[in-house]
Design a protein around this ligand. Structure first.
Ligand code: AMP
Length: 175
C-alpha cells in the first residue's frame, strides 16, 4: 500500500504559478495517462465505497468526473455531475463559493439527487474546501445524505476539510 501511494505521488506533477502566480498546481495527467496508476487511483476510491450502501456518486467539475464516473460504473450506481455555472442544460440549483484562486458558482440539476439518497462526493483535490462545501450544500438542498467526501489529493495546510463540517473526509495523497 505504501509502495502504491509512493508511485501515485510520483505521478503528481507540480506546476508552479498555474493558473495564477503563487499557486502550485497539482497536475494529475501523468497518473491518468499511465494505465496502472489510473487503475490504482480509481481502486482507492472504490475500496472506500464498497462497504457503504450508496445510491449515487456525485463528481465535481471536471477532474472529479474522471474518477467519479469510473467508481459509479464499477459499483453499479448512478453518477451526478456538479458543474461550474452555465454548463448544465436543464433547471439547476446554484451555490456561490470562493476557491484557492478566485470565485465561482457551482450548480447541479434539480432532479439529479432525490431526497434520502445516499451520496459519496468525489473530486481530485481538496484545497480550501470551498468547492466541495458548495457541492455538499447542493446535495443537502436536494435532500441527499452525504456519507463521505473523497479526494485523491489533499492540501492539508489549507485546512479544507474544516469547511465540510461533520461530513467524513478521506484523501489518499496528503501534502
Ligand atoms: P478548493 O475549493 O479550494 O478546495 O479547490 C478545489 C478545486 O479546485 C478542485 O476541484 C481542484 O481540482 C481545484 N484545485 C484547487 N487548487 C488546486 C491545485 N493547487 N492544484 C490542482 N487543482 C486545484
Amino acid at each position: 500500500m505504501a509502495d502504491l501511494i509512493d508511485k501515485l505521488r510520483a505521478g503528481v506533477r507540480d506546476v508552479p504559478d498555474f493558473p495564477k502566480k503563487g499557486i502550485v498546481f497539482k497536475d494529475i495527467t501523468p497518473i491518468l495517462s499511465d494505465h496502472a496508476l489510473l487503475r490504482a487511483s480509481i481502486d482507492l476510491f472504490l475500496e472506500r465505497c464498497r462497504e457503504k450502501k450508496i445510491d449515487k456518486i456525485v463528481g465535481i467539475d471536471a477532474r472529479g468526473f474522471l474518477f467519479g464516473s469510473a467508481v459509479a460504473y464499477e459499483l453499479g450506481v448512478g453518477f451526478v455531475p456538479i458543474r461550474k455555472r452555465g454548463k448544465l442544460p436543464y433547471k439547476t440549483e446554484v451555490t456561490k463559493y470562493s476557491l484557492e484562486y478566485g470565485e465561482a458558482e457551482m450548480e447541479m440539476h434539480v432532479d439529479a439527487v432525490k431526497p434520502s439518497e445516499r451520496i459519496v462526493l468525489v473530486d481530485d483535490l481538496l484545497a480550501t474546501g470551498g468547492t466541495s462545501a458548495a457541492a455538499a450544500t447542493l446535495i443537502a438542498k436536494a435532500g441527499g445524505k452525504l456519507l463521505e467526501a473523497q479526494f485523491l489529493i489533499e492540501l492539508e495546510f489549507l485546512h479544507g476539510r474544516e469547511k465540510l463540517g461533520q461530513t467524513p473526509v478521506i484523501s489518499f495523497l496528503k501534502y
